[in-house]
Design a protein. Structure first.
Length: 247
């Protein structure tokens, strides 16, 4: 029994509007859900992007953001233009004029980057090349074991993992890591695989125990404000994530 990555979730002030923005950027289909709105990945091997209610106006930089890929220079320009037309904006996070990537924010202030076309590290990953995170080497190793995804980079305290099926990478940039403040606007949602010998509540609790043994901790009551049930946990860097039964 092992978790799979079901969704990358954004807590949003206006979930449906933010979902329409990202659908326009990525070209992914929008689907309504009982506890939010989701974008469906273009193939079965990908993860959903979910937008759940309960967010407050953004005041601090997220610990993670999407890196969007480009096929060519014109494709990069088109993606930037599409983000701006749909309600995004340019932001300054300390990038220099020499940087080839473009730093933007969505309508609720969540950061994103449109990456230059000759970025070899993200080649073949799809529209969302990476979920790029602030994080320690320890947390990269934790998520590799938690998801069963191999490390595809582990050098100079920077780490990255990727599904054996390919697709989006999750990366961590090493120290220093910004302190955790307030509710996590961006969090991962895991689902227990339904193809093992133990499913239902028993399988869920067994998976909780496995994640705790790997270094996760239980979130305190009322801490993290995850939506719609499941088990609320935190990874070794204190980032909230949700674990659900088979979905």
């Amino acid at each position: 029994m092992m978790s799979r990555l079901h969704a990358v979730c954004f807590r949003a002030v206006r979930p449906e509007e933010l979902a329409r923005f990202w659908s326009g950027v990525l070209g992914w289909e929008v689907a309504g859900e009982p506890d939010g709105t989701a974008l469906l990945p273009p193939d079965a091997s990908g993860f959903r992007v979910r937008f759940v209610p309960g967010g407050r106006p953004k005041t601090v930089r997220n610990r993670g953001h999407f890196d969007l890929t480009s096929a060519c220079a014109e494709d990069q320009r088109r993606t930037v233009a599409r983000v701006l037309e749909l309600g995004g904006r340019h932001i300054d996070v300390g990038q220099t004029p020499e940087d080839a990537h473009v730093v933007l924010a969505d309508p609720e202030g969540n950061e994103l980057c449109v990456i230059e076309p000759d970025n070899a590290f993200l080649a073949g990953t799809g529209a969302i090349g990476a979920l790029a995170c602030d994080g320690t080497q320890e947390v990269g190793h934790f998520w590799s074991r938690a998801l069963g995804w191999p490390l595809v980079w582990d050098q100079d305290e920077e780490t990255a993992v990727q599904s054996p099926d390919g697709g989006t990478k999750i990366t961590w940039g090493g120290p220093p890591v910004a302190p955790q403040t307030g509710t996590d606007r961006l969090f991962l949602e895991l689902a227990v695989s339904g193809d093992g010998p133990r499913t239902g509540d028993g399988g869920l609790e067994a998976e909780v125990d496995r994640l705790l043994a790997l270094g996760a901790t239980r979130a305190a009551d009322g801490d993290g404000e995850e939506d719609g049930g499941g088990v609320r946990l935190r990874d070794p860097d204190g980032n909230a994530f949700a674990l659900r039964g088979p979905r």
